[in-house]
Ligand binder design. Structure first.
Ligand code: BGC
Length: 758
């Protein structure tokens, strides 16, 4: 009898385990593991270290890493990659620490791991979320083949200030597009099963508002109203959370006077309570310790503050490791807080499959087969071509003929070092294709290409050092600027066309690379002006990590291509566009100012009570010395095709709850080549309980039209598209009149009107 009873009990508990959801199994596994952990071991899991052979961006690198791993004092490691190195470090944790808990291995894989794609700002200009997802998928495959399971991307900080160098790492100024891109990247990295050996955990950053640093100076204070946060800055982070991102990185800046890393409202009330985030939050590099300089107390105080706020993992600073026990004794943190943080990190490891197999991402056969493969490079070339934006093309100077002589000029035209752009930490410059190589590859022997440098990026040796923090200083040709220009002008005189590749060094954007002057550095402007004077057809290709302020450039150059930093295949992709193998289709995701004084400048601004258009010529909101409009607006980008938009029609002018309106427009390609166009939909809420932007992107479609073709493009608008956060931070749509705009960019649009009725 008793035996039967015991068998029934045993069977029922077996059934219970079998019937458990994966989530419940994970919880049970982690809870069981945590019963075995000492307090020290739990705190150890909250410690993220870098052995210093990565790129140390903060003030310190971790010491005694191996010993700490053995002691169970480390939860994750970043800055190393390659199966051998990762195996070695993982073996220390798994074989030599008491509980054999595997480590997380992270890295800044921002726009590709070794096959480098365009910088994220460039990628966003493709407006192609499938393509962006593909780039993240390839990056995940390469990163995981190199032993990594965690990437510090996507960076989704909305940025409207191009002085800020990190504008290069994000998707520009618009929350709607930024949200779509955030989602695509998370999907690309994580796939639908984190435990697969070719998916990695994403980390959305920098939470939050990092892109709103005052004066565009990195790490600087941010301050904004909640209503602006909710409507304009938070949506992309939320989109990443909704897409299931596994981790979040807190930012360096303060919000409401409290650094993000110690901000409980941000990391707990908003992120976990309102948004339901279930993963873990890691600090930015030493951002816990940096709260000391912010004036929030000593290391013990700021570490306790961070844990209280909801931070789970401390990157490099070891404030958690060295002070949490004292704080627990002092009663300023609780055991539950330590347990919660530890549990979240262990759950991430569980989801990645590391408890099943700590060496899941360690396979020596993979790197050769999966990294920098011809297919990955081919994808990088296609993606890079789609990120280029044609800003100007008078008299159809472009595409160039594959004949005659072209003189290629400029410090960036044959420069392997600068092709990859910022935050390409594992990229190999020597594997990149320069513009000179690309042009020769694409045009073959039918074109004679000669090269003259024409200018240095900078002639200032101290500045050259500052803009090459991870390489040998940017090269300076010792000849005088005048003689370099003269050489280029002489070469131009003998050529049929001139292509000048000018701009910034790769590290003039990215972290801690703010600029107060957004003109071309050094003597590059003088070079362009001298080349323009030759009267030869002049094409300017810009390489830069931010919008530059170049109001003089369109006056000098009949053709301008914005090429950003296009990655490993930059040269081939740029040549594909220059010679017309690919018809450019990129559209700006950030406004190009005319001068620094216009900054911040963005299309989805509010009106003032004294609008710019019409009204009193004296007392209106404008400048005495420059117009209000940007040089190139958001959404702008030309094509070798000519797209013509017909009037916008609506199937009805009234929208009721539960219904939708269809807005349609006929778009025709009146040019003589096939091309892609991004048709953009903007909406304006004309009367609100709070002031509303003059225009907000609410949809876009990429269409492909053969020469002479016409296509009807339909957009469906529902009440959801009209919602915004009101002054009570409720997400509402308010009845009333709306305008709807469809066009080729945010400025050149056709409009229609409708009314929302409740
Ligand atoms: C950057 C982060 C980066 C981290 C780790 C920090 O300085 O702000 O974006 O992920 O370093 O490299």
């Amino acid at each position: 009898m008793r035996r039967t009873f015991l068998t029934i009990v045993a069977l029922s508990s077996l059934f219970r385990v079998l019937a458990q959801t994966p989530e419940a199994k994970m919880k049970a596994f982690v809870a069981n593991l945590m019963t075995k952990m000492t307090l020290e071991e739990k705190i150890g899991q909250l410690n993220l270290v870098t052995p210093g052979w990565g790129v140390p961006t903060g003030s310190v690198v971790s010491k005694g890493v191996e010993d700490n791993i053995r002691k169970g004092n480390v939860g994750g490691l970043f800055g190393i990659f390659g199966p051998d190195k990762i195996r070695q470090a993982q073996a220390l944790a798994v074989n030599e620490s008491r509980l054999h808990i595997p480590l997380l291995f992270g890295l800044d894989v921002i726009h590709g791991h070794k096959t480098i794609f365009p910088i994220p700002l460039g990628l966003s200009c493709s407006w192609d979320t499938a393509l962006i997802e593909r780039s993240a998928r390839i990056a995940a495959t390469e990163a995981s083949a190199d032993g990594l399971c965690w990437v510090y991307s996507p960076m989704v900080d909305i940025a409207r200030d191009p002085r800020w160098g990190r504008i290069a790492e994000g998707a520009g100024e618009d929350p709607y597009l930024g949200s779509k891109i955030a989602r695509a990247m998370v999907k690309g990295y994580q796939g639908n099963d984190l435990s697969k050996d070719n998916t990695v955990m994403a980390c959305v950053k920098h939470f939050a508002l990092y892109g709103a640093a005052e004066a565009g100076r990195d790490y600087n204070t941010t301050d904004m109203s909640r209503i602006r946060m909710y409507n304009e800055y938070l949506p992309p982070y939320k989109a990443a959370v909704d897409a299931g991102v596994g981790s979040v990185m807190s930012s360096f800046n303060e919000i409401d006077g409290v650094p993000a890393t110690g901000n409980r409202w941000l990391l707990t009330n908003l992120l976990r309570d309102q948004w339901g985030f279930k993963g873990f939050v890691v600090s930015d590099y030493t951002s816990v310790n940096e709260m000391i300089a912010h004036g929030m107390g000593d290391l013990q105080a700021v570490s306790a503050r961070a844990l209280n706020a909801g931070l789970d993992m401390d990157m490099v600073g070891e404030g958690f490791l060295t002070t949490l026990q004292k704080s627990l004794k002092a009663g300023t943190v609780t055991l539950k807080q330590i347990d919660d943080a530890c549990r979240r990190i262990l759950e991430a490891k569980y989801k990645l499959g590391l408890f099943q197999d700590p060496y899941r991402y360690v396979n020596n056969a993979r790197p050769d087969k999966e990294i920098l493969t011809p297919e990955n490079r081919k994808a990088a070339r296609e993606i890079a071509a789609r990120s280029l934006v044609l800003l100007k093309n008078d008299n159809k100077i472009l595409p160039l003929k594959k004949a005659g002589t072209i003189v290629l000029v400029g410090p960036l035209a044959n420069n392997h070092t600068e092709m990859l752009g910022t935050w390409a930490v594992s990229g190999d410059n020597s594997k990149s294709i320069t513009i000179q190589e690309g042009m020769q590859n694409v045009a073959g022997n039918s074109v004679q290409i000669t090269y003259a440098k024409g200018a240095n990026i900078t002639d200032d040796t101290a500045f050259a050092k500052r803009i090459s923090p991870f390489n040998k200083p940017t090269e300076i040709d010792p000849r005088t600027p005048e003689s370099l220009i003269q050489e280029a002008v002489d070469a131009a005189g003998k050529a049929d066309a001139v292509v000048a590749v000018v701009g910034e060094a790769a590290e003039m954007s990215g972290e801690s690379a703010s600029r107060s002057d957004l003109d071309l550095p050094g003597s590059q402007r003088k070079l362009i002006e001298a080349l323009a004077k030759t009267g030869k057809p002049l094409v300017v290709v810009l390489l830069n990590g931010r919008p530059l302020a170049l109001p003089w450039l369109p006056e000098q150059a009949p053709a301008i291509v914005e090429a950003w930093f296009a990655g490993t295949e930059a040269g081939n992709a740029i040549a594909d566009v220059l010679f017309g193998n690919y018809n450019p289709s990129g559209k700006l995701t950030t406004s190009f100012p005319r001068n620094v004084g216009q900054i911040p400048i963005y299309y989805n601004r509010k009106n003032t009570g004294r609008p710019y258009e019409g009204g009193n010529p004296k007392f209106k909101s404008d400048y005495l010395d420059v117009v209000n409009e940007p040089l190139y607006p958001f959404g702008y980008g030309l094509s070798y095709s000519t797209f013509v938009y017909d009037t916008v029609t609506l199937n009805q002018n009234t929208l009721h709850e539960g219904q939708s309106i269809t807005a349609s427009v006929m778009v025709s390609n009146k040019g003589d080549v096939a091309g892609e166009e991004t048709v953009q939909l903007y909406i304006q809420d004309l009367v609100g309980s709070v002031t509303r932007p003059v225009k907000e992107l609410k949809g876009f479609q990429k269409i492909y039209l053969k020469a002479g073709d016409v296509k009807k493009v339909d957009f469906t608008i529902t009440v959801n598209d009209l919602k915004f956060y009101n002054s009570e931070l409720k997400y509402v749509a308010e009845p009333g009149d709306f305008k709807l705009y469809i066009g080729t960019n945010s400025r050149d649009v056709k409009e229609a009107a409708f009314r929302l009725v409740k």
